[in-house]
Design a protein. Sequence first.
Length: 504
Amino acid sequence: MKTPLPVTFASFTLLLTGACGGSTPAAAPPPPPAEVPAAPPPSASAAPAAPVSAAPADPELAALLHAGLASTTALDVTRSLSDHVGARIVGSPGFERAVRWATGTMNELRLSNVHTEPVTVQRWERGAESAELVGPSPQRLEITTLGNSPATPAGGITAEVVEASSIEALEKLPDEAVKGRIVFFDKPMQRTRDQYGYGHGADVRFQGPAAAAKKGARGVLVRSITSSPERYAHTGAMRTKFKPGSPYEHVKLVPAGAIAVPDAEMLHRLLAEHAKVQVKMLLTPRSPGEAHTFNVVGEIPGASDPQSVVLLGAHLDSWDLGTGAQDDGAGCGIVLAAASLLLQNHVAPARTVRVVLFAGEENGDFGAIEYARAHAAEAPHIVAAVEADEGAGRVFEVHALGEHGATFSALTDALAPLHVEAKADPSKGGSDINELRPLGVPSVDLTQDVERYFDIHHSKNDVMDQIDPEQLAQVATAYALTTDVLARAGATFGRAPAPEAKKP
């Protein structure tokens, strides 16, 4: 296999304007604004090597291990996306730039069959946002609108605040205690190494606004779903669609925002004193309708079994407060670096390695839903899917959904030098690849340390200087090793079991 040229990103401006070489996209993405600057070349110094134990006995894996830990590709790709594309909520000009960036970067990394696949998304724009404590004393609150929220009336909403520690606690309140008020969900998030803390705390953001609206609330404030005590508000999507039979199926949603943790704690203290607490909130988001955009795909064709596919996924969009460096710029950097490491180290996988950068994960999983629909007939040939969407913290565990046998043993042996522990409980997947699970596609989780990730997640502090280059290199190396093992002939997890039915 021909050795690819080093990653320079020297032709970044050409990439964004669609003038780069490489494979022809299946559908031409919209042109980006012309003022996007060229990306700087990657730094010459290598990322510091993460501590490892003895290298794998397999020389191919050993070479990938050492090359990955010394590589800056994941860092360079992440920095390019974060600094030179920036915020990229789906349906925005920023996301159009990101599509151009992704096709160009895949071509420059020498992936094959680089193309786009059309996706229809629902647009949402933030607008102006403010909140203030009216009584017992006037104070400004740090607030950000929850994704998909409707707007307040033009003059805002001024109402008394009623507190609930959870959706269950809200449901126990009489309707007359909630009607006409602003519901304040004060549910602190526990700091954990895995995503347990976030998963346990985020329900008040996802469906708390619907639960409050059902009881007659005029608006909702959510304590930001974060483990950080800093005075940043953290956004994230609220659910707007519910399955038939759900108690929220026909609820008219109310405006909702998240406030910074210190402001939430102040509200809690004031309410604990039995003071009459009033808040004024003004949120002016818009939902302009549908937009047509793209998932971006690139491949390393399989040498002997090209119909079988190992899928590496990340989402290309981000929220609009920061530059999406961790969420999910790092994920894009990780999966693109993993593929690049195989190419740079002359690895000729038996199976096709496919990188998919999905559109619209943050506020609707639009790209993942469309990808699963469009590729349903191919699903039996997708031997495993792996997603990167946990920032840039080190990988410390590996899980698999499917049969645990020789392939899982080979995978755990390959990852052992990075001090990654094998776990028998199944992979939970991620938002994008989970759309493939009902089609029987197995998945692998490379669980990352997110203890600090949720300090900056969905906030204006999600910028490049929060990323540790050494940890990011370790993650990209783990993904490269995993991809190599899964793309070998005979590696299998069988088929994934059908997912359990979700509550409405």
